[in-house]
Design a protein around this ligand. Structure first.
Ligand code: FAD
Length: 495
């Protein structure tokens, strides 16, 4: 057990904590980020739909809500951030469709609101929304259900990879001087006169300021020190990922008021999800999925794209959107200093927390300053990271060069996603310690077989590179071991 002291402690290595850590690394500061998991972005962040609201959804955002101001603030920050950190970001647009006059009124209202907000709150380079009639939506998205009468196209909507962004933010924060501890779970906190004592499974941390970015557990952490001056309303949302062979069925995200949405991912799959407003499902921390949930979601998705089927689904999961004060709508967030405990700051955006993360991080600097922390710029701050090579995306000439430099790039380990041994080794060098750690960095196991074929090979490579036995390799840390025994040893023990 260890004892460390730090000025600012950030609890949680999701997109929120990671963006804050990286923002703090622009200053000369002694700050520490603790994450209870073995890796980053594996909480709510990994369940995200990866949609970057670049200005639409105007009916869901209002200037009087802090949440909206943060999302609008994040709109101009996200693309340059992804460029600095070499994380993919792609504008693909969205098409919200209607099938009757009632739904058309809703979209007309959205167009009016967009015009009203455009000059006052949205970034100057935001492109206008376009109203498309039946023929135009068919031309744009020919696989869409023919019963839709028209829709509103928003060219500003983008997608990215939130887990890669989170990992890149942490890597960059670390390189710029932030102390980062994984497998370190905050268990209790006590508040002294001018410092906190934070008990973790690895020892005690004393600090002057706490930033609580614990996602689904934000209220549990705040309660430890009686700083829970907010009410959370976790809403369970279901998502399913489809085989890449369905990837080109639509060009843009397609959504409707009643039927949730279907969207491309940045890696060429499609996925669909149930909007939490249409289905209020389950209790916090219950991450189970079931057939009823899956059937409802598929039914909605088929209303949008009739040709998709259950056989196209390769993975499904749920996540919790941490709404605040659900009864007043889903617009508010929990970002700010506690009114009850000086130096304790909460940071959670229910939705869309990925889009808002860069603005939340900037606002955190203001909040810390108001709370009495003096910050001086870090002249050595380097904003750039270089992503590892993505072999399958490279032109042939670059593939050849890479193989010539390191023959392991010529050995394909995951056939579904064409991931090479060279990429897996590089992911491990860059911090992957588990099967999921490798998967979220370079995608073996993300394809149709979901790791059924490549899983044992990735396990072998992890064991070799980390110098541990194959039985010690886990899916995502802790007790999540895939291999319990060598079958021969088990047989021998039974004889
Ligand atoms: C289904 C779904 C779809 C979504 N789609 C979008 C979208 O398209 N666009 C968008 O912008 N947003 C979207 N969101 C919202 C977005 O994903 C979240 O707002 C965001 O990921 C929250 O990030 P976070 O860092 O606050 O939480 P998390 O990612 O959960 O991170 C919190 C971290 O804290 C750690 N932690 C918890 N307790 C402790 C402890 N005691 N000690 C140490 N560490 C601890 C956890 O392990 C976790 O890693 C979606 C959310 C869901 C559920």
């Amino acid at each position: 057990m260890s004892q460390i002291g730090t000025e600012v402690l950030i609890i949680g290595g999701g997109i929120g904590g990671a963006a804050i850590a990286r923002e703090l690394s622009k200053y000369k500061i002694d700050a520490t980020l603790v994450e209870k998991g073995v890796d980053f972005g594996q909480g709510i962040t990994k369940c995200s739909s990866t949609i970057m609201c670049q200005g639409a959804n105007v009916l869901e955002f209002r200037p009087e809500y802090h949440n909206s101001r943060l999302v609008w603030g994040g709109m101009t920050l996200m693309e340059p951030l992804c460029q600095e950190l070499d994380v993919p970001f792609k504008k693909m647009g969205s098409l919200e469709v209607f099938k009757n006059k009632e739904q058309m009124k809703h979209l007309n209202k959205m167009m009016r609101r967009f015009k009203e907000y455009q000059d006052k709150y949205l970034p100057p380079d935001i492109e206008p929304l376009q109203f498309l009639d039946r023929d135009e939506i068919r031309k744009q998205e020919p696989n869409l259900n023919k019963k839709f009468m028209g829709g509103v196209y928003d060219p500003n909507i983008a997608i990215n990879d939130p887990v890669r962004l989170t990992i890149a933010l942490v890597d960059n924060a670390k390189r710029n001087g932030i102390n980062v501890l994984t497998e370190t779970e905050v268990i209790d906190i006590s508040a002294g006169t001018d410092e906190f004592e934070v008990e973790t499974n690895n020892g005690t941390i004393t600090c002057r300021y706490i930033i609580n970015a614990a996602g689904e557990y934000i209220a549990d952490i705040a309660q430890m020190v009686d700083a829970d001056d907010f009410a959370m309303y976790p809403v369970k949302a279901y998502q399913a990922v489809l085989d890449k062979k369905r990837g080109d069925m639509i060009k843009s995200m397609v959504l409707s008021v009643e039927n949730g949405m279907v969207s491309p991912t940045i890696h060429g799959n499609l996925f669909f999800g149930i909007s939490p407003l249409t289905q209020r499902l389950g209790r916090a921390h219950d991450h189970s999925t079931d057939k009823k949930l899956a059937d409802i979601a598929l039914g909605h998705a088929q209303t949008l794209l009739p040709d998709i089927s259950a056989g196209d689904i390769i993975n499904s999961f749920v996540g919790f959107i941490m709404f605040r004060n659900f009864e007043v709508g889903w617009h508010e967030c929990t970002v700010g200093a506690s009114r009850w405990v000086p130096g304790f700051i909460n940071a959670s955006i229910g939705y869309p927390g990925i889009c808002a993360a860069p603005a939340v991080a900037r606002e955190m600097i203001e909040i810390l300053t108001e709370e009495g922390l003096s910050l001086e710029e870090n002249p050595q701050f380097d904003p750039y990271e270089k992503a590892m090579p993505d072999f399958s995306d490279l032109p042939d000439e670059e593939k050849k060069q890479l193989i010539a430099q390191d023959p392991r790039y010529g050995h394909v380990v995951c056939r579904c996603e064409t991931v090479t041994e060279g990429e897996i080794v590089e992911a491990i060098k860059r911090g992957a310690r588990t099967l999921d750690g490798v998967k979220f960095r370079c995608r073996p196991g993300m394809g149709r077989c979901q790791g059924g074929f490549c899983g044992p090979r990735v396990t072998k490579i992890l064991a070799r590179e980390l110098g541990i036995s194959e039985e010690e390799v886990t899916k995502k840390g802790g007790e999540s071991r895939n291999l319990l025994y060598k079958s021969k040893e088990l047989l021998e023990a039974q004889q």
